[in-house]
Design a protein. Structure first.
Lengths: 294, 294, 294, 294
């Protein structure tokens, strides 16, 4: 996708501006239209604030229409391929296009119950979540009162819009991206562990672990690129599996048979999608340590 | 089971002696009969050595008959309930009575191949093994030459006999028992972690983990009795699962939502069934370490 | 010293009882005399409570006299060899007999200032302290109001008496003894570190470290007896020095030249003289960890 | 000092070239003169190799003269202010200008003994050493045979020249610089330890520790610049002192009185001056770990 240029949009006609940014707020081009009059914007953050301002100063009915313009999560529109392009990509990121029939049923029930109680669809910025944490959000938010949920839903709309802008513009940096990285130190030899295979899986309460990446450490004991970066790290449970015995066998270190440590699992959760999570492993054939680093 | 007294057996008639110990060597009472003449024995170890001596000085044909007196592992005799009482208990200890049809097939194939190549049944001291490590032994030993296997099988017979004696006698200590223990230190508060739930599972390549024990730490951060003791710790893969988040929540420690560490898995292998394995956890809400201790 | 027997004292004459225990409260045999009437005592704890009761129900003037019967710390009486035997041993335990002239001056000033403000000598149970922590107590307590200090001094008198009783009786266990121990795990080889030399020093702000013990680890990586036990562990700063490089060199482990880790210092403080302090070292040639264990 | 430009020197007259680089080899401008004919040099490394080539292809007498052109370490020339500018700076870097009278005597003895046995002054690249490691080199090298020492001395001359070139040229990078860095992780709060004071001292067998830097960690738990960088890290013993109790007190963490951990010492040695040494601290009020990282 060609990235947008803020310079050009600052100078474009109101119509061109609205056309380029009309989909930032779901099926609600009026947000972009109203923000156009605030140009020029010094940076993407200023543009985002102007668009949020347009929503905040809109009438209650307009805001309600904006919320109702959002599709159900894993809903019929998704099944029928009737999502906006952005929504489709977003729902896919959290695995909502790969639900089992039973999970699909759960989502339909949740959607219906929520809509019935709050009069709006359940809106959440799915790029910040895994399937499991979306279900937890459902369970937690459904008991709020409708006014709280109206506000919460608008906040989630702003998060969705921020991420859409962040990805649309060349060089935007709205501080929305987290990072998950690792580092393996061989405390037996006193150096970075080079060439150790490791995998990262997303865990789920009901489902098989989902492989995110399988990669080998480099000469510095790190991966060439972070395990997750350039996007929010979805809230959820993860597991790193480090192939420790294979590594030490390659180093010609004598191991027990079977080796005391073989594949070492490190299980942890992400709570802040915009956070920097560093999860290193300090390891010998007989010991290891891990921690939240930075 | 009433334990035997070495004092009494030292003074018993040869017939009584042989009757009491006739089943120590599988369906081979002649071993006990010949050892009887070496009485008195100062301790159980001396008795064991005398019985091993009887086997070692027996004819090749007698030795062969002894080996052939052993049943197949998970074989037809087991299915038909035709094992000796000792063999039945032993095979159960390694889970050989709970095989899936596919596993049962594998064992039949292994048994047949081994018997065909080596002319004896596959003999292994199953109390020192898990199902997984027995299959590894099969795979490793089948390629030996028959003479090696004849010797190896006799060694395993001696291990079986030693464990049978060790359990039969009051106060015997033949050094056959290993130990697996744990200890949880709360490095956040600087004291033992009291009241943390943990489980120990035996892992298997093909099968579900098998729960061995679920227990809570005491005021010293330990379990009231070791996780495994008073018997060999079977060679195999194990996993401890420590309920870290529940523990810290009980301590009123503020945690992330979801907590960075929830259930912490520690996966390790036992290689020496007679060894002392101590696998502690040093833990805060954000870090942990483990190692083979003592 | 021959230990006392509670049984015998329960049956002794009041005079014998008072003679045996007259020195438990400094130069105040009336405490023992009054407690004699409460016999028999089921255990030493009950005896202690009876003696404390006698003090608590004494007149204010009697209590004041009891406090004033205590010598200055490192004072003129000590210099002149005029302490009671118990006081002399106690002051020696904290090194108050080995002060430099400058330190001696400091103690005189403190004693005089304290006496002037509070009308009593500065009373502290020195067996629970090092020189440094006594000076900290001085600095902290001098600013209390006299009534607080009167109470605090009585509490210290009770602690002194408890320790004197605890040592006087066969088999007494008043819970006054702490313990300091260590354990060295070789995470490079996955076993206890046997034969590592280590020293324990008491640290002091102004003075050279004072060697308490130099000892070698045994086959279990521990010392044959705890570093400090059977007495309170004095409040203060300590340092363990572990001869790590020598140990690994003995194990034929290849080390850098000079080795990355040579003598590893672990510096910590004791705050609870009655506590169990376990300070282990988990070590490889390239890493180590320590923590307050149990 | 104005840095040299290789471009300009490639085009300069032979006289200008020799004038600029005449001091790279101690009092031996002929080395630069002979290397001039090999111009142009693509980079500083090529220039270094050409200069080394000139030495290697010189006569034995010329080589001997080069070695003898080096001053004694901490010798009379140094005392009399008669060193070349480069030598003076180098000897100062290792503290050879701050010797006690006793140390000065030791150096004179060593110099004399070495000169007598090997017929050349003791040459060592002092920028790679501390006072202590120079004395170890003396002790080790004096027992070599003269031919070995002739070669070793030339190698050290090449190291001295390389460092002189590396510093003389704009943008040179001859891989001669090591790095020592640290990082403090607060495992109690699960984040980098911000604002912790720490010091780095160089240790010495006979002398007081020498303060190299006192610095506070930044928001990432690191120091704004590495503790040592942009030069070789001298071989020797070092100690980091981390003000752990002050840090946790600032974080409002409840501590024991006195705190279990106050100032945490980490003592280690540098063996490779060109290496990357990362020595982090993972710490809670009750535990810490350190290791050679990268």
């Amino acid at each position: 996708m060609t990235k947008l240029s803020l310079d050009k949009l600052n100078k474009a006609s109101p119509q061109e501006f609205a056309a380029a940014l009309g989909s930032v707020f779901e099926r609600s081009p009026w947000v972009a239209e109203r923000a156009a009059s605030k140009r020029p914007f010094s940076d993407v953050r200023a543009l985002l604030e102007a668009m949020k301002g347009a929503v905040k100063s809109a009438t209650r009915d307009e805001q309600l229409a904006l919320l109702r313009a959002h599709p159900d999560l894993a809903g019929k529109a998704a099944r029928a391929g009737k999502l906006t392009k952005d929504s489709a990509v977003e729902q896919t990121s959290a695995g909502l296009d790969r639900l089992s029939p039973r999970e699909y049923e759960s989502f339909q029930d949740f959607n219906a119950n929520y809509q019935k109680k709050h009069g709006i669809p359940f809106v959440v910025c799915v790029r910040r979540h895994t399937k499991g944490s979306i279900l937890k959000q459902f369970a937690k938010r459904i008991d709020n009162n409708p006014e709280q949920e109206f506000e919460t839903a608008l906040e989630e709309v702003f998060r969705i819009a921020a991420l859409r802008l962040d990805q649309a513009f060349e060089g935007a940096d709205l501080g929305l991206n987290g990072r998950l990285s690792t580092h393996v130190l061989d405390n037996h030899a006193g150096r970075p562990a080079r060439g150790m295979w490791l995998t990262l899986h997303e865990l789920s309460a009901d489902d098989e672990p989902r492989l995110i990446v399988r990669v080998q450490t480099n000469a510095d004991g790190r991966t060439d690129v972070p395990l997750i970066f350039g996007r929010p790290v979805p809230i959820g449970q993860y597991e790193l599996l480090f192939s420790v015995a294979d590594y030490f066998a390659d180093q010609q270190v004598a191991l027990a048979e079977p080796p005391f440590l073989d594949v070492v699992p490190v299980r942890f959760a992400i709570a802040e999608p915009e956070g920097q999570y560093h999860v290193p492993l300090l390891v010998t054939p007989w010991s290891y340590a891990t921690y939240r680093g930075s």
